[in-house]
Design a protein around this ligand. Structure first.
Ligand code: BGC
Length: 521
């Protein structure tokens, strides 16, 4: 039986190409598409603890919070409209990623990013000027549409542009800008919350226009990826582009493989239906399970609700916002570690190490909160050391996520799909991610109210499950050219039975043998 990690030897190909300044700058600009997503994640949680915001839009939550001061802390924020505010965005993103998959395939990755930027801008504008709850919700839906487009196109763009040896690092630029977006939002919330007159929340929400402009302008100046140009018939331009990106003249071998992959891809009329074929079973499984598990780490409980959570465990409003800033810094720092390590240590190592780290922290946090709050939710006076221990372990947990499931949750799907199903499969990844982000956001406050400290154990259970999945079912994809990924499935102890007979690039050989298999959809 081959090793559970999958591919041992390389695929025998070694495309020439360097980490040129051109590709580096291009990827940095594209990665900024993550800013809009991150900014929003960070802003929502903080805004919902700002008293003037609650008084204006969610008065009942504020009244309940005031009245409940000394009683059950677990339930003080439990309100369906408040959660709808946070989570409506993710439903919109889910829907738009499906439309975005067609745009990304037919019109290119770049145009998808442009749409993302424009829609997000419109949403931020409406939110900044909101006068009623419906405006907030409409604004958030537009933000969601924008995020759907950006998350669909940016990870694919990065994985296609990067020389394969640095693909991990360049792709994680996306996650880094998500983390930076979250941090900036947390810092701004901290200051805007102090603005006298209570309109700071308008700045927080309207401020989303800035990252929206960055990605909009960025998408206008970026080149399209060679893969996408070939896919749309612009082969000459694609070759010139590839030379420029790789910084060498001899790009023939890689170019030939890209064209072959594109030929295969053209024969597929229904990428969605095609995805259901047996030979794509490993891809489909990863497209669904990786984002599902990423959200079931429970990370967004911290990201959306850190201020709420910290004030639940007894921090004053100000201290709660400050703690969110601290977790934000840890998130950014740990993402940098993964940029350094992902192409050296591999994806599997990071996934497994991060899993163990998160598990330990979830157990400790559950024990700490359980010990003080019990099931009544009434802690009495909380000593300072206690708050420090909880924040410390939440930080270690965030670090574990930020160098494993955070970046890899976007990187791994974007690098394993063959071109003919790439856009469709990526939109499944985005949709599943958004669906479970929505569900966690939607039910978290209610779950906290009912499961109490057991909530952390609920997520811990999933962390164990996902680590087992990685150990047995996820092959290592480090240092494998993207158009040759089939090799990793072919040598995997379990998945090989699904992809047998295929050869790289992406089934081109199989096509040579008849092509029928791809055509009959
Ligand atoms: C996830 C988000 C999460 C963020 C935290 C991303 O990879 O998709 O849901 O909030 O990481 O940094």
């Amino acid at each position: 039986m081959p090793a559970v990690g999958g591919i041992g030897p390389g695929t025998g190909k070694d495309y020439p190409g360097n980490l040129t300044p051109f590709v580096t700058v291009t990827c940095i600009v594209a990665a900024m598409g993550g800013l809009i997503f991150g900014y929003d994640i960070g802003i929502s949680g903080g805004v919902t603890t700002m008293t003037p915001f609650l008084q204006k839009f969610f008065r009942s939550v504020w009244e309940k919070k005031e009245a409940d001061k000394s009683k059950n802390q677990y339930c003080q924020y439990d309100s369906p409209t408040l959660t709808m505010f946070t989570s409506s965005l993710y439903l919109a993103a889910l829907l738009s990623s499906i439309v975005a998959s067609v745009v990304t395939r037919k019109l290119g990755r770049k145009l998808s990013m442009l749409f993302g930027g424009l829609l997000f801008f419109a949403g931020a504008l409406i939110n900044g000027f909101a006068k009623a709850v419906w405006m907030l919700i409409v604004g958030r839906m537009l933000l969601g549409f924008g995020i759907g487009f950006a998350n669909q196109s940016v990870p694919l763009y990065l994985s296609e542009m990067a020389p394969y040896r640095f693909r991990g690092a360049l792709n994680i630029g996306f996650q880094l800008s998500i983390a930076i977006g979250i941090l900036i939002a947390n810092v701004l919330n901290y200051f805007f919350a102090k603005i006298k007159g209570g309109w700071g929340w308008r700045l927080s929400l309207g401020g989303a226009m800035v990252p929206a402009l960055i990605i909009t302008v960025g998408s206008l100046v970026l080149p399209d990826t060679p893969n996408s140009l070939i896919e749309r018939g612009q082969t000459e331009e694609a070759k010139a582009n590839l030379r420029r990106i790789r910084g060498v003249d001899d790009v023939d071998e890689e170019f030939k493989d890209l064209v072959a992959a594109s030929e295969t891809s053209k024969l597929v009329e229904h990428p969605w239906r095609n995805l259901l074929k047996r030979k794509y079973r490993p891809h489909l499984t990863v497209a669904i399970l990786i984002p599902f598990f990423q959200q079931l780490t429970g990370i967004n409980v911290i990201m959306f609700y850190a201020p709420v959570l910290f004030s639940t465990i007894g921090f004053k409003d100000d201290a709660a916002l400050m703690s969110a800033v601290i977790t934000g810094v840890v998130n950014v720092g740990a993402t940098v570690v993964s940029i350094y390590g992902v192409d050296k240590w591999g994806r599997r190592f990071l996934f497994l190490e991060g899993g163990v780290q998160m598990l330990i922290c979830q157990a400790v946090v559950a024990a700490c909160i359980g010990a003080k709050f019990g099931t009544s939710g009434n802690p009495g006076d909380l000593p300072k050391w206690y708050a420090i221990v909880v924040v410390l372990f939440i930080c270690i947990y965030v670090a574990g996520f930020a160098w494993s499931w955070g970046p890899l949750g976007w990187l791994v799907p974007s690098e394993i799909f063959p071109l003919e199903i790439r856009s469709a499969a990526q939109s499944i990844t985005v949709s599943v991610n958004m669906l479970f982000t929505f569900l966690v956001a939607q039910v978290f406050l209610t779950m906290l109210c009912h499961l109490k400290f057991g909530l952390f154990l609920f997520f811990a259970f999933f962390v164990i499950t996902m680590s087992i999945f990685i150990y047995y079912f996820l092959p290592e994809t480090k240092s494998i050219p993207i158009e040759e990924m089939n090799q990793v499935w072919k040598s995997h102890w379990y998945w090989s039975r699904f992809v047998e007979g295929l050869d790289y690039p992406n089934g081109a050989m199989e096509m040579g043998k008849g092509g029928q298999d791809v055509k009959e959809v």
